[in-house]
Design a binder for this molecule. Structure first.
Ligand SMILES: CC(C)(COP(=O)(O)OP(=O)(O)OC[C@H]1O[C@@H](n2cnc3c(N)ncnc32)[C@H](O)[C@@H]1OP(=O)(O)O)[C@@H](O)C(=O)NCCC(=O)NCCS
Length: 142
């Protein structure tokens, strides 16, 4: 599988993505059980939430059996701390024949200061599969 060249810019501002008025696809509060040995939130936990938020975005294209085929990019810009409120914003950036590519921007509201911080960005692709696990065409939503 070669690298995609049909994707738009990564900067939300360049994408016309108005995050201030975007409703998060997923919101969670971080708990002590999710920490790593440094006391911040384990990156794998954030990846799991990114996967869930991406799936919620994928469902907007239809109630298919969406499976994650690739996490093409994940950048952890800043740590997440216990008690932070995590907002996962999603946007579909490409709809293919059987797959869609979604961008996820993770922002936190800090527990004490309430400061909003962009902590993680990701790009991932989901494939619609049939009952045999084979890719199946997506009917494009208008
Ligand atoms: C998803 C899966 C069915 C795709 O099978 P495949 O034989 O690679 O399918 P195809 O080559 O026909 O590609 C199907 C679509 O996926 C896209 N795709 C395949 N591999 C990809 C990759 N590495 N990155 C991005 N997109 C990819 C193709 O571009 C194609 O998209 P399009 O139809 O919109 O053009 C198969 O790889 C699979 O079952 N993977 C496991 C999924 C899973 O269990 N996820 C959970 C992880 S625990």
């Amino acid at each position: 599988m070669s690298e995609r060249t049909d994707l738009p810019p990564t900067d939300p501002a360049d994408m016309g993505w108005d995050l201030e008025h975007s409703i998060p696809s997923l919101r969670i509060i971080t708990m002590p059980k999710d920490t790593n040995n440094l006391g911040s939130i384990f990156g794998g936990v954030i990846l799991s939430y990114i996967d869930q938020a991406g799936y919620i975005e994928a469902r907007k294209q239809g109630l298919y059996r969406w499976v994650t085929v690739a996490m093409e990019k994940v950048i952890f810009h800043a740590p997440v701390h216990v008690g932070d409120i995590v907002n996962l914003h999603t946007q579909t950036i490409r709809v293919g024949t059987t797959s869609i590519t979604v961008r996820v921007l993770v922002q936190v509201e800090r527990f004490v200061s309430r400061e909003i911080v962009d902590v993680t960005e990701a790009q991932m692709t989901f494939v619609a599969v049939d009952e045999n696990g084979q890719p199946t065409p997506v009917v494009h939503q208008s």
